[in-house]
Design a protein around this ligand. Structure first.
Ligand code: ADP
Ligand code: ZN
Length: 437
């Protein structure tokens, strides 16, 4: 395969040169950070009073971690490093796990961010000939404007369709010959279900690729979307604290996401001991942003679980790859004392052909015990009025989930389209148990 690079000299830079770039940029970023009240205090506590106190790349480990809690404490301007009149934009996180946090950008920050997004998009084989429909929420969420700008930078025709309104999305695809879309994986599955229900022929659209991200999904979900729609799906990872999309992205080898190490420093730590873990081991991803002046964020605990691949990528890029994010440390459910990640349940469900494109995990209290119910939409080939195959399917799902997580769930089967769909990130877990018991 012939791989396509946006900035070949940077993307394939030998590691020693790349690390030298990281060190220079880290010093600059520490300088930016020292202008904020928050980091001035934090860094001086660690003996870092000027950028020159950073002498080697290993010195990044001297910087104390920054958490989501810190960002909330510093709200609204505690992390702003430039005069307000130089700020040109703000974005906020989706607030999946609490109050959103705010990030500011100056003009150069936006340019740098856009460059990383363009690099990601181009690296999947897109060119200026592509028509890009950005089917993700615009507004404060970074996925809208972030991917939009990257698409324009590549020279694609960008359609700012936003999320939702599936019927209108098909119309746009048909009218303008959309070749690539960006969406959450759950919305892509929904799009496919509606296409089938509304009889939209695959032949009437020209779609070739999708960028899917903003929420965790399994390899089976990727394969399912690729198979159903006949397209290539690329995993896209980002978070507002690190600008948004464009942090790590799959190349055409589709085997892990290259973290752009000339813009970010990535570490994997043990979330309990906070000790660094070697490449290959799974832990919490910690990221330092080297490319945003207005709101510098260093050693941010993302709470996302991943690992660095150890073997080099077939594409020749030297930037290390992150394994698919399996979830956040705080996604973990404790059900009757057993630790369960929603991704473990998704993996089981999405690998079954009889199962449809949507599901919901419900956890409730039943007396003193926790009760796990998995609600699953059936595939189009299953008839809801034929009890025998339904019972068999229910039992098969129950047993396979039990084999994976050791807990036997109650399984409910639903007609295609019956379970709720959300416009932004999918809400796959409903946990109605009282907190703090
Ligand atoms: P929030 O933390 O409020 O959801 P963001 O909108 O910035 O804020 O979302 C970033 C988070 O979304 C990441 O930290 C991660 O948990 C999740 N995420 C983004 N892209 C992916 C992906 N490709 N795979 C798994 N999770 C992802
Ligand atoms: Zn690669």
């Amino acid at each position: 395969m012939k791989y396509q690079y946006w900035a070949p000299e940077v993307e394939t830079m030998p590691r020693p040169a790349l690390e030298a770039v990281q060190l220079e940029k880290l010093k600059t970023a520490v300088g930016w950070a020292l202008r904020t009240p928050f980091y001035r205090e934090r860094l001086s506590g660690a003996g870092i009073k000027s950028a020159d106190d950073i002498k080697t790349l290993g010195d990044v480990k001297r910087i104390p971690f920054t958490t989501k809690h810190d960002l909330r404490e510093a709200f609204p301007y505690g992390l702003l490093s430039i005069p307000k009149e130089e700020v040109v934009r703000l974005h906020a996180s989706s607030g999946t796990t609490g109050t959103p946090t705010t990030i500011y950008f100056n003009r150069e920050d936006i340019k740098r961010w856009t460059g990383y997004v363009a690099r990601c998009i181009y690296g999947t084989g897109c060119t200026g000939d592509d028509v890009f429909q950005n089917m993700i929420t615009y507004g404060l969420f970074t996925g809208g404007l972030g991917m939009h700008a990257g698409g324009e930078e590549v020279g694609m025709l960008v359609i700012p369709s936003g999320a939702g309104n599936t019927t209108r999305q098909f119309r746009l695809m048909q009218d303008f010959g959309t070749t690539v879309v960006h969406a959450t994986p759950s919305f892509l599955l929904h799009v496919e279900s509606i296409m089938r229900a509304e009889g939209v022929g695959r032949g009437s659209i020209k779609l070739k690729r999708a960028f899917a991200g903003a929420e965790p999904y399994s390899e089976d979900t990727r394969k399912r979307i690729e198979g159903l729609l006949g397209i290539d799906v690329y995993n896209s990872y980002g978070l507002s604290e690190m600008n948004g999309p464009g942090v790590a992205f799959e190349c055409q080898a589709k085997n892990g996401m290259h973290l752009w190490e000339d813009g970010y420093i990535g570490e994997i730590i043990d979330p309990e001991t906070l000790e660094p873990l070697p490449d290959g081991e799974t832990g919490e991803l910690v990221l330092s942003c080297l490319c945003r002046e207005a709101t510098p964020i260093l050693r941010y605990r993302t709470r996302d679980l991943s690992a660095f691949y150890t073997e080099p990528c077939a594409c020749g890029r030297t930037h290390r790859r992150l394994r698919r994010i399996t979830g956040r440390t705080d996604d973990m459910l404790i059900i009757n004392g057993v630790n369960v990640f929603p991704s473990q349940i998704e993996e089981v469900i999405m690998s079954m052909r009889e199962v449809g494109n949507n599901y919901l995990i419900v956890v409730e209290k039943e007396g003193v015990l926790d009760r796990l119910t998995v609600k699953v939409e059936v595939g189009p080939d299953i008839f809801m009025d034929d009890a025998r195959p339904l019972n068999a399917l229910r039992e098969k799902i129950r047993k396979t989930i039990q084999a994976s997580i050791t807990i036997s769930p109650r399984v409910e089967l639903h007609e295609p389209g019956a379970l709720p769909i959300s416009e932004g990130k999918a809400k796959r877990v409903q946990d109605s148990r009282p907190k703090d018991i």
